[in-house]
Design a protein around this ligand. Structure first.
Ligand code: ADP
Length: 361
């Protein structure tokens, strides 16, 4: 296409986009209603407007307006605008969005906030990637998304394709999506119910996840209905539960385990975060008590995946958006994450054989 034609096409697009889609209120172009826009050297322009089949009559006046708008563009000699009803067969290409080609989806859950669930999720994702797996991280913590900070993606925005599907961002070898990429971080997160649900649906079904070996879901903290609904949306290969060794957290871990029991997703294991602090001379202090998560795992018959110590480098790497596992792979804590990732995968392979999943009494 030569420059003049490209310029003509752009001006027609802009004019069409000034017309609002009766559904959703976006510009006709942005909303994806206009298909097959073609402009010729002799000034002939043609395009199709695809209307949802059930409300196609709403779009007849839109078609007329679009035709007139295109004709008013300098250089356009004639316009053919065709209105078609969109059936399921030619609806936007949903087949390329969603998690259909993801081999296994693993949820990372915690009974309460502040136990390091997101820190663990991000570093575990990097550990999977370092084991050679194509890995995605979906930050579903709609009320407190942390992926933009932890991965250093900051103000970067995912690209929306013409078919309205979103391309996940790429960071540290991961494909990632987060509500934090879609909304202005300075706007208050007063999302409730329906809004959060539709955002979550979009991040699962309308993102081009493509072929992935593993997709990690960073769930909102807690083990209530919100979390249950989320994990029921996708076929889970299993869940890992992050806890600190404190007794209080442990009572909650039991609730977490019970929640996944309802979804029939196997518990791949419990990770004890902030397990101890080690001084440079190798002295360990168990700040939050010793071995609590391990005991609970044993009590309920869930595997124990390992301990992550309280570590300054780990905390600093979170703050600067450079996950430890990706940026300091030789660090002992990075090694620990890789061991935990490998153990979780082993358990997933074992538990997803048609053997019975772990049952919690
Ligand atoms: P959650 O997702 O459970 O709310 P975060 O992952 O956001 O928790 O962690 C809370 C805070 O604790 C963050 O500042 C994080 O850097 C820090 N943190 C988490 N795990 C560790 C650890 N093992 N050592 C040091 N700091 C940690």
């Amino acid at each position: 296409m030569n420059n003049r034609l490209a310029d003509l096409t752009e001006r027609v697009k802009a004019r069409l986009n000034a017309i609002k889609d009766p559904i959703g209120g976006k510009g006709l172009f942005t909303s994806g209603r206009v298909k097959g826009l073609d402009a010729r050297a002799d000034g002939k322009v043609s395009f199709t407007i695809e209307a949802p089949a059930d409300v196609a009559e709403l779009y007849a006046p839109v078609r007329d307006r679009a035709e007139a708008a295109a004709r008013s563009v300098d250089g356009v000699t004639s316009v053919t605008a065709v209105l078609t009803a969109e059936t399921t067969a030619n609806a936007p290409a949903k087949s390329t969005g969603g998690v259909g080609r993801v081999k296994q989806i693993i949820a990372v859950a915690s009974a309460k906030g502040g136990v390091g669930k997101s820190t663990v999720a991000v570093n575990l994702a990097c550990a999977f990637a370092s084991l050679g797996m194509k890995t995605g991280l979906l930050d579903l913590d709609v009320y407190g998304p942390s992926a933009p900070t932890l991965l250093g993606t900051g103000a970067k925005k995912p690209r929306m394709r013409e078919d309205k599907l979103l391309e996940p961002l790429e960071a540290h070898g991961l494909k990632t999506m987060s509500i934090g990429y879609l909304v202005d971080p300075s706007s208050p997160m007063i999302w409730r119910g329906a809004m959060a649900t539709s955002a979550v649906r979009q991040m699962i079904d309308e993102v081009v996840w493509g072929d992935l070996d593993v997709l990690l879901l960073d769930l909102p903290p807690g083990t209530g209905d919100v979390q249950l609904t989320l994990v029921q949306r996708v076929p889970l290969a299993g869940a890992v539960i992050v806890s600190t060794p404190q007794e209080m957290a442990l009572a909650d871990v039991r609730r977490g385990l019970a929640m996944f029991e309802k979804t029939r997703a196997p518990i791949l294991g419990v990770i004890e975060n902030m397990a101890y602090f080690e001084t440079p001379d190798g002295q360990r202090t168990h700040i939050f008590g010793e071995g609590g998560a391990k005991r609970v795992a044993a009590d309920v018959g869930a595997p124990f995946l390992g301990e992550i110590p309280i570590d300054v480098a780990l905390r600093e790497s979170c703050d600067v958006g450079a996950p430890l596992v990706a940026t300091q792979p030789e660090h002992p804590v990075s090694k620990r994450f890789r061991e935990i990732a490998a153990a979780a995968l082993d358990n997933a392979a074992r538990m997803n054989k048609p053997a019975p999943a772990i049952r919690i009494k």
